[in-house]
Design a binder for this molecule. Structure first.
Ligand code: F58
Length: 846
């Protein structure tokens, strides 16, 4: 028999070892030997590669398939149980999910890590190496997408009957390459081989129409006809809860055209492109996450994606409502909101509102009032931003073209809203034009999606207390005066499974040991129990050694991906998030530049008194966001100079971490000691990485913005390096700047001048630096207050340097950071949504 050999780092021959393990399907066994047999069964009977190959890649796919076996069992039981009990269910509609890898999380939630590690050993492999084979599922841009994924984990863990709906993009978020020019985007095909986690449901296909026209029937009813129709096909991904049978679904839609749409005659006539026109148009829909929308065709494509998600999901939801056991063909539509909650993750799925109205009226025959009552009692909306440029507005012209019936419905919602305000609130007359859904500005008529959401949703929420307060006081203030109870806060959270238990097993074991229970994994408030030991020398020693192990692992990673060697004894200072001017990576790097300059000016003796630091910055810039890309380039250029400067490079390193994603975060966060959350106050809705860092015992340097405010409240202000203007000062400070009253700190001027001197190469940084100059004008006048906050930022950094020297005190703060992070579990967030918005309850699979 020809046997391909695979040699793992231990030098064992995996193929030879696996040849001794029988190939038997034993999907549910917990015995390592039987799990090994089951993996081997998949290697041979679910083949995806040439026979007899058993390298880590093959081992990963076979392992994943064997894990999927047991997930399928739980999944089917969950489906049946929900069908039997028929509880109210939540459907979370999101254009984005940042799932990351699944294997570690799945075997962790199923509590079979050790059994799988042993099984893989029997097959000549190491679990850690196998998990590294998996590609991240990156169907999202950043915080909003990752939040959706944390929510799915919590919904399943809390045994809630709740599903996710999204799109199955072929190319998720781009891969970031760093070249001499700076960031380069490369398409990442996460499905290139295939995803072992998804299951295609060939029986779940729904037609989705675009373009066409509205036909009026003799009885006055209206129907959307013509245009192009593509099919939405369901791919389900199992979402296992932690140590529970409940396994929910993430349903991702894929767009397809049918065989009838293929023009065989044209094809045989050599007209290949036009023969398959609809097929290629269908393929475009799920081709990429967030297609560029600078052009009209890009805008239409993005709108198509949004509608595709909404229409397919709602048709599915309605079908399931009708198929309920208790429905028996005589369902009452007024019951729909008692069985269905639809949550809109930002405005991207807003079209769910007119689509539900259309389906109820035009397909199911309901009248306007009844359909509106059902829709508004069903739908709720989460806002994730106050940045005006990020509030979605769609051109009415494009909307009429693509979705004519929906525009009629939106017009009617708008009209009725105005009538209601006029009839009940004459005092708001002057506000109507800004509260309306349609902005009829003849230059550029648009639909304001956030306004449509607020009018149609029964609940609207912000994602941190400060953010929700700003929504109530500013963006949505006028609506609050009409519907005082509609606006809520739901402070974001993160799943403690992925973000502590699985990414940081060293620290998790210490926590479990000291708390004498591992219940904290599902009841994160128990972490407060660590407070009483914060000064304990034994705990501190264990804590420090876990941190050191994680720092060493991180240093190895940095060496591997950048070639830069960093010192695990230096202070590891990390800022990782999307690159955006409001997040102020520029403030960070200007601070680093100033630090470098001062180090250069010091004598060797003086340098010895400083706190050695490794500053790591990572994140992706939107492909078309020029200033963000210049920041990426600057960080890389500064790193090149600083890291190769023998005078100072044992006191300072600056590293740009390429291609930041969920898996990279899982290595960075456990090894962090200080992390930067330094947005201009009032601009970051919440932030969620701040919670991940804090949970892993990392101290925060930050502004009073987003969830930082609540984190600081929980962990204690003495454990937080606070600086900067507050949200309510910001408008006044901008005004002062416009009036020419701003006096820059000399340290700030010195840092900028140093860049302009060419110290970091010949790239032209003037356009970037000019954004910090002047008092007004587009892209000028330091809108994000980098200059204003610079001195207090530098002072806070100095406090951090000092604090790091007092080891005991630092460790105590680190322990207290973890101890105070209980509030930021997404289990808490989701319980609040379940109770205060969705009105759903646990439905545990026995
Ligand atoms: C983020 N929004 C917020 N949007 O910025 C962050 O403060 C918050 O913690 C997080 O949501 C979760 O609530 C966000 O990530 C996007 O990625 C948009 C997606 C669509 C294109 C524009 C960016």
């Amino acid at each position: 028999m020809a046997t391909a050999t695979a040699t793992n780092p231990n030098g064992t021959n995996a193929s030879a070892k696996s040849a001794k393990v029988p190939m038997v399907a034993q999907p549910l066994s917990n015995e390592p030997a039987e799990i090994a047999s089951n993996i081997n069964y998949h290697v041979h009977y679910s083949p995806h590669f040439s026979p007899f190959k058993f390298e880590p890649e093959q081992a990963f796919f076979a392992t994943a398939e064997s894990v999927r076996d047991r997930l399928v069992q739980h999944w089917d039981e969950t489906y049946l149980h929900y069908h039997k009990v028929d509880p109210k269910q939540t459907y979370y509609l999101s254009m984005e999910y940042l799932q990351g890898r699944t294997l570690t999380n799945a075997i962790g939630n199923l509590n079979v890590q050790n059994a799988y590690a042993d099984a893989l050993n029997k097959l000549g492999h190491e679990l850690e190496e196998i998990t590294e084979q998996e590609k991240d599922a990156a169907l999202g841009n950043g915080g909003l997408g990752r939040l959706a994924s944390c929510f799915l984990d919590s919904m399943a863990t809390l045994n809630l009957p709740a599903w996710g709906y999204g799109l199955r993009y072929k190319y998720g978020l781009f891969k970031q390459k760093i070249t001499k020019e700076g960031q380069e985007e490369v398409a990442e095909d996460w499905l290139e081989k295939f995803s072992p986690w998804e299951v295609v449901r060939h029986d779940l296909v729904f037609p989705v129409r675009f373009f066409g026209q509205v036909e009026v029937n003799p009885n006055g009813s209206r129907k959307w006809v013509g245009g192009e129709v593509v099919q939405a096909l369901a791919y389900d991904v199992p979402i296992p809860g932690y140590k529970t049978k409940n396994t929910n679904s993430l349903r991702l839609w894929e767009a397809k055209a049918s065989a009838q749409d293929f023009d065989l005659f044209q094809f045989n006539d050599g007209q290949y492109e036009s023969a398959a026109q609809l097929h290629s148009r269908a393929q475009q829909i799920c081709a990429v996450l967030y297609p560029g929308d600078a052009t009209e065709s890009g805008k239409i494509l993005r709108l198509k994606q949004q509608f595709f998600l909404c229409s397919a999901s709602l048709q599915d939801i309605i079908l399931r409502f009708k198929q309920r056991k208790s429905g028996k063909g005589s369902w009452q539509w007024s019951e729909f909101p008692n069985k269905v909650a639809v949550q809109l993750n930002d405005t991207h799925p807003t079209l769910a509102v007119p689509e539900l109205m259309r389906l109820l009226m035009d397909e199911e025959g309901l009248g306007w009032d009844e359909a509106w009552d059902v829709t508004t009692r069903t739908v709720a909306y989460t806002n994730h931003t106050v940045l005006p440029e990020a509030l979605e507005k769609w051109s009415q012209t494009i909307m009429w073209k693509l979705l004519p019936r929906h525009m009629e419905i939106i017009q009617e919602i708008d009209k009725r809203f105005i009538d209601m305000v006029r009839a009940t609130r004459s005092d708001l007359e002057s506000k109507i034009s800004s509260m309306r859904i349609l902005d009829d500005n003849p230059q550029k008529p648009v639909v304001r999606m956030a306004n449509l959401c607020v009018v149609a949703a029964h609940k609207v929420n912000g994602v941190a207390q400060l953010h929700s307060d700003i929504l109530k006081a500013e963006l949505f203030a006028d609506y609050v005066s009409i519907w005082p109870n509609k606006l809520q806060n739901k402070t974001n959270g993160i799943t403690p499974r992925r973000w502590l238990r699985f990414c940081n097993p060293e620290l998790s074991n210490i926590i479990t040991k000291w708390l004498k229970t591992d219940q904290w994994i599902t009841n994160l408030d128990l972490l407060v129990g660590l407070r009483q030991f914060a000064d304990n020398a034994d705990l501190q020693a264990e804590w420090a050694s876990a941190k050191m192990a994680n720092k060493k692992r991180l240093a190895q990673y940095i060496q591997r991906v950048t070639g830069v060697s960093i010192d695990p004894n230096s202070l590891f200072d990390i800022q990782v998030k999307r690159i955006h001017e409001y997040k102020r990576q520029l403030l960070n790097i200007l601070g680093a530049i100033y630090r470098y300059k001062k180090l250069k000016e010091m004598s060797p003796e003086e340098r010895k008194n400083t706190t050695p630091r490794t500053i790591m910055i990572g994140g992706k810039a939107f492909a078309t966001y020029t200033n963000a890309k210049r920041i990426v380039k600057l960080v890389n250029d500064v790193g090149d100079v600083v890291n190769s400067d023998p005078e100072v490079n044992s006191y300072l390193k600056v590293v740009f971490v390429p291609n930041y994603n969920v898996s990279v975060a899982e290595v960075l966060i456990p090894g962090s000691e200080l992390s930067q959350h330094i947005s201009t106050a009032g601009m970051e809705a919440s932030g969620t990485s701040n919670m991940k860092f804090s949970l892993n015992g990392c101290l925060i340097i930050g502004t009073l913005d987003g969830a930082n405010v609540e984190i600081r409240e929980e962990i204690g202000d003495e454990n937080f390096f606070l600086f900067g203007a507050t949200a309510d000062q910001v408008p006044g400070l901008r005004k002062e700047r416009e009036d020419g009253l701003f006096k820059p700190d000399p340290r700030f001027e010195e840092a900028k001048k140093f860049i302009r001197s060419g110290a970091f190469g010949s790239y032209d940084y003037n356009p970037l630096l000019d954004s910090l100059e002047g008092n007004s004008g587009y892209g000028r006048g330091d809108y994000f207050l980098v200059g204003y906050d610079f001195p207090s930022y530098m002072d806070a950094q100095e406090r951090a340097d000092k604090a790091y020297k007092d080891r005991k005190k630092w460790l105590k703060s680190s322990i207290l950071s973890t101890a105070g992070s209980g509030k930021f579990s997404s289990d808490r967030t989701i319980s609040q949504y379940a109770k205060e918005i969705w009105n759903i309850e646990e439905c545990r699979v026995p």
